[in-house]
Design a protein around this ligand. Structure first.
Ligand SMILES: *[C@@H]1O[C@H](CO)[C@@H](O)[C@H](O)[C@H]1NC(C)=O
Ligand SMILES: *[C@@H]1O[C@H](CO)[C@@H](O)[C@H](O)[C@H]1NC(C)=O
Ligand SMILES: *[C@@H]1O[C@H](CO)[C@@H](O)[C@H](O)[C@H]1NC(C)=O
Ligand SMILES: *[C@@H]1O[C@H](CO)[C@@H](O)[C@H](O)[C@H]1NC(C)=O
Ligand SMILES: *[C@@H]1O[C@H](CO)[C@@H](O)[C@H](O)[C@H]1NC(C)=O
Ligand SMILES: *[C@@H]1O[C@H](CO)[C@@H](O)[C@H](O)[C@H]1NC(C)=O
Length: 490
């Protein structure tokens, strides 16, 4: 995700009774994003089982990881595979590289593993302004080479190309959807991409984040971020009661103005985070996602384009190794926590249970936590460097103002940091040896909304530092070395 425009922040607030939607059978199905930037990812087979148990018909990946794809084989789930931005330059400069990519990452899985790949996403939000134009020159040529490779592989009728773009590739000059057009600095490039997609039957994929509107603008009318319709704007007779519809139709106006008003649109990412910011909480996430799912279930489109939306929720599971450059909320977009437990009641309309179904057979480490010892003093000069060391590896994004652990006292804060570091290191004894400060306990320190987690078991491969868990493995010697260094520096 990235930034979403906030041009609709000045809507008139009117009281409307709007949402009288009856749940009906899903028309177009619902998809979900499956990201794997976690220190302890659930096994791929467990995740695929979750997808099926929850009735997701489609999944979007950010790469073409072969274990994820193998697990999706013969699952009946449609797949969008992804090409990370850092591969675009190579794929742009060589048709051969693109052919190899398609052969290894698409053809093999389709023909030998029974994976129902429908889309290849070329890049991920490559034109985000925060990326400084790094991928402006390579995205279209990579898209063209991948398309040629798909044709050469004989897959062009079933596999389509697309580019997931952030909603900042367009904006409105009037703050109304009808003022929509592509961003001036990339206007021509966008038209070339749109033409290429249109010529090849590829959809326009856009990520839309009402949460960001609220995050970046404190005056944004909160009701307009949700689907409950207590706030609206009138755009030449079209009534917009939520920023999602307005944003979607700004894109549609941009497409229409440039002659591509019929291009199909996929909402590549949509969702709401649950922690790491005052507006990121369980209630808001539940309200937003349920509102969106009611809209999907009703087969409702937007004022400018009626009919069912094609969308992928963001996201399935929290990812504790994601960069927090966009904000502390970035690790908390999941419908499920890191261990596959549902966060809140959500009726996706896809199963008889009417609620989210947890991951099965998840194995946890022992019921023990690393906390600040009662004999340690808050004045100990080792406290500050120990906490900052722990938090540089562990996930301390729940500690900030308005977050789930934002109300802890100083000792609780320190314990939280120690414990998360300890859990990320698979409860390694040496990861709870903050000098004279820490102790292992069997008493759960969790209070209220603040959960001190117990890590899940991953396979031995990662525990030994060879797999995905490798990032979290820090031998004691290095810990001690850094403490000594910090102690000297202080
Ligand atoms: C296939 O995809 C994986 C994961 O994205 C990547 O590491 C690998 O380099 C790709 N294969 C080729 C031939 O590019
Ligand atoms: C973009 O530029 C800014 C300022 O020059 C820099 O801090 C940032 O790291 C750059 N980002 C990327 C992705 O190159
Ligand atoms: C509209 O809804 C938001 C979010 O549910 C709420 O915070 C706000 O007070 C409501 N505004 C009005 C005018 O009812
Ligand atoms: C868009 O689709 C509609 C209905 O299929 C068709 O009547 C119309 O001509 C199309 N417009 C363009 C610009 O292709
Ligand atoms: C707890 O830690 C967070 C994040 O480091 C900090 O913002 C907060 O002020 C701390 N609270 C206390 C009571 O120390
Ligand atoms: C821990 O405390 C003991 C006794 O108070 C002290 O001798 C020792 O130097 C301390 N160790 C560290 C690493 O601070």
């Amino acid at each position: 995700m990235g930034l979403t425009m906030d041009v609709f922040s000045r809507g008139h607030v009117v009281a409307l009774c709007w949402l009288c939607v009856e749940l009906v059978a899903l028309v177009n199905g619902i998809g979900v994003n499956w990201g794997t930037q976690a220190t302890h990812p659930l096994p791929a087979s467990t995740v695929v089982r979750m997808l099926k148990d929850n009735g997701f018909q489609k999944v979007k990946l950010f790469d073409a990881d072969s274990s994820s794809l193998k697990a999706l084989g013969n699952s009946g789930i449609q797949v969008m595979v992804g090409i990370p931005n850092d591969m675009l330059a190579t794929l742009a400069s060589s048709v051969e590289a693109a052919e190899k990519w398609v052969s290894q990452n698409v053809s093999t899985h389709v023909s030998s593993n029974g994976v129902d790949i429908r889309y290849v996403a070329v890049g991920n939000e490559p034109f985000l302004t925060t990326l400084n134009g790094s991928f402006l020159g390579t995205t279209l040529p990579a898209l063209q080479n991948i398309q040629s490779a798909i044709i050469k592989a004989g897959l062009s009728t079933r596999v389509k190309v697309t580019v997931p773009l952030n909603a900042d590739v367009y904006s409105s000059s009037t703050s109304l959807p009808s003022g929509g057009d592509f961003r001036p600095d990339i206007h021509d490039l966008m038209l070339s991409i749109v033409k290429f997609l249109s010529d090849n039957g590829g959809p326009f994929t856009v990520n839309i984040y009402p949460f960001i509107s609220l995050y970046i603008d404190p005056n944004f009318p909160a009701g307009y971020a949700f689907f409950d319709g207590n706030s609206s704007i009138n755009d030449g007779g079209a009534i917009y009661t939520n920023v999602f519809d307005a944003n979607h139709d700004t894109l549609l106006w941009a497409l229409q103005k440039n002659g591509y008003g019929n291009l199909s649109i996929i909402v590549g990412e949509i969702g709401w985070p649950t922690d790491g910011d005052k507006n990121a909480n369980l209630n808001y996430a539940q309200q937003f996602n349920q509102g969106f799912m009611n809209k999907i279930a009703a087969g409702k489109g937007t004022p400018l384009r009626a009919g069912p939306l094609d969308a992928f929720l963001f996201s399935l599971i929290d990812e504790d190794a994601k960069s927090i450059a966009p904000g502390n909320f970035e690790r908390h977009w999941g419908l499920f926590y890191f261990d596959g437990q549902p966060k809140y009641a959500l009726n996706l309309g896809t199963s008889s249970s009417n609620s989210l179904v947890a991951a099965r057979n998840v194995r946890y480490l022992a019921q023990q936590w690393c906390v600040m010892s009662s004999s340690a003093s808050l004045d100990d000069p080792q406290v500050a460097p120990s906490v900052s060391y722990a938090c540089s590896f562990a996930d301390c994004t729940c500690l900030g103002y308005g977050s789930s652990c934002g109300n802890l006292d100083a000792r609780g804060n320190i314990s939280y940091a120690f414990n998360d570091y300890y859990q990320q290191n698979n409860q390694l004894q040496s990861a709870c040896q903050f000098p004279n400060l820490s102790v292992i306990t069997n008493n759960d320190p969790s209070t209220g909304t603040c959960k001190y987690r117990i890590m899940i078991q991953t396979d031995t491969k990662s525990a030994l530092g060879l797999g995905a868990g490798a990032v979290s493995f820090r031998p004691l010697t290095r810990v001690l070395f850094i403490f000594m260094f910090l102690a000297t520096a202080l």
